[in-house]
Design a protein around this ligand. Structure first.
Ligand SMILES: [Zn+2]
Length: 503
């Protein structure tokens, strides 16, 4: 296969000349026990084609029955996204051929979505950006094709393909934004922040495990450019199934750079779907994009319309959990943090960890200091997420307790954390094994101070004659002699007392 090099324009130059317009379509697999239109289980990772039945394999004569829990979950998602809920709507058949779709059509929703006209506010770079939600609708997932024998894992060049229908018929919610203009240079960050916030909302609602790496949350990223000063939107491309937060951000950036280069040379953007490649951070052409009429939608004749009782919808609304943005505001107030600190913690995925550390007894400022400082540094070094570090919030709380009681200072505390991360046991065990306790024994400290005074007669004389500043050198000597385990303030007081000086 030959590839032509894709021209790209430097990101900053592209943004000097063009304005991006985004659109995001996010698919969320619901975590219901059974599929959307049959009783098959939905667990991830089962052997291929073991979670199937005549209905989800589309045998003639089989009939679908809608999953009530999936409808409830979709309405709850719509309510969390400030949508109106349809009082009456229908499923629709979306007709297209795809080998991993046994019916040769997908049951979806077309012009009558269950939820519509909502919005989600996100915070990016200290600013609130409102993302308008066009619709939230319910459909079924397809099966999964695997292409064998080729170098790329794609159908082109493969020897043969195999298909697993376990996923066919799993309830899928599609959340579609209205076009998002005005994000300017922050377009990649806005896209990422939006998907991050959606993921947190799904988690707080408990409707999906939202594991992007397992495909239970995936995103189609639409990008178009228009010349600065123009009000006419350009042709958009749709990058399909982007499956990590970082890739969402990179896909937007990559499409901006690619489209800008084409437009600057007088070229034309083709309306098409594209694939994102994790290894290069770029997209390549997929298929030209169908228009809605190509799908020949019509109302699904095998299913009753959905007509949720308004009283039930009101009850669902009243029983929504505290949403992530509300929770963050509450925690920020409780912890007394600035917007900037809170956003940094959010971006670092540290809020849950800090909250758990506070719940385990640590002051918020200390919990934040360790997670955002020493532990963030170590996570960064080892290329893991904070939550993936082999240390628990309770262990951090114990370290802050040891510092507060004067048994450890900051330097020793860092050594304790290092020991815990290295698998040497609990904080108390590491203190014991490494001998890290501060010298609290007055007799022991007194002996060290005497020795340091004897070894530094000049400095000691200066302190005796009233040059208190010289005491610093003696304190430094005590810290060295104790290998950092002395309490510096206590040592200083003792030095001054022994030399008959005072502050
Ligand atoms: Zn089934």
């Amino acid at each position: 296969m030959t590839t032509t090099r894709t021209p790209r324009m430097d990101y900053d130059e592209a943004l000097d000349r063009f304005e991006p317009v985004l659109g995001l379509e996010t698919h969320v697999e619901l975590g219901t026990a059974s599929k959307m239109f049959c009783g098959c289980p939905t667990a991830f990772g089962a052997p291929p084609n073991t979670q199937v039945c005549p209905t989800c394999l589309a045998f003639p004569g089989s009939l679908p029955v809608a999953n009530a829990k999936a409808i409830e979950s979709t309405i709850r998602i719509g309510l969390a996204l400030n949508c109106s809920i349809a009082e009456w709507c229908r499923f629709a058949r979306k007709n297209y051929f795809y080998p991993d779709m046994p019916k040769n059509y997908q049951i979806s929703q077309y012009d009558e979505p269950l939820c519509y006209d909502g919005h989600l506010d996100i915070e990016v770079d200290g600013k609130t950006v409102r993302i308008e939600i066009e619709r939230v609708h319910l459909e079924e997932d397809t099966g999964k094709s695997t292409h064998m024998g080729g170098a790329t894992g794609r159908i082109h060049g493969a020897d043969y393909s195999i298909v697993d229908y376990n996923r066919a018929g799993i309830p899928l919610v599609e959340i579609v934004t209205k076009p998002i203009p005005g994000t300017d240079r922050l377009a990649p960050e806005v896209a990422r922040a939006y998907v991050t916030e959606l993921r947190e909302i799904m988690r707080s609602l408990g409707v999906s495990d939202v594991r992007m790496e397992e495909g239970s949350l995936r995103c189609d990223v639409n990008v178009s450019l228009m010349p600065r000063g123009s009000s006419e939107w350009g042709t958009r491309t749709e990058t399909k199934n982007v499956n990590s937060l970082r890739s969402v951000e990179r896909a937007v950036r990559s499409e901006i750079e690619r489209q800008a280069a084409i437009l600057a040379e007088g070229g034309r953007i083709v309306q098409e779907t594209r694939h994102f490649h994790e290894d290069t951070g770029t997209t390549t052409s997929g298929r030209s994009k169908e228009e809605a009429q190509d799908y020949r939608y019509f109302p699904e004749p095998d299913l009753l319309p959905i007509a949720p009782d308004p009283a039930w919808v009101a009850e669902l609304k009243a029983t929504l959990p505290e949403l992530p943005s509300v929770r963050r505001k509450r925690l920020q107030a409780e912890w007394g943090l600035s917007d900037k600190d809170m956003e940094a913690m959010h971006n670092a995925d540290a809020i849950d960890l800090v909250e758990a550390t506070v719940a385990a007894g640590a002051p918020a400022a200390d919990a934040r200091k360790w997670w955002m400082g020493e532990l963030a540094r170590r996570a960064n070094e080892s290329g893991t997420a904070l939550a993936g570090l082999p240390i628990t919030p309770a262990q951090i709380a114990r370290v802050t307790e040891l510092v507060a009681s004067g048994e450890l200072n900051d330097k020793l505390a860092r050594e304790v954390l290092e020991g815990v991360l290295a698998g040497e046991g609990s904080p108390d065990e590491v203190v014991e094994k490494r001998g890290l306790k501060i010298v609290n024994d007055e007799g022991e400290l007194s002996a060290i101070v005497d020795q340091v005074i004897a070894d530094n007669a000049d400095a000691a004389d200066k302190v005796r004659s009233g040059k208190i500043a010289a005491a610093g050198a003696l304190v430094g000597g005590v810290m060295r002699a104790s290998r950092g385990k002395a309490d510096a303030a206590r040592a200083r007081a003792m030095i001054l007392e022994k030399l008959g000086a005072s502050e």
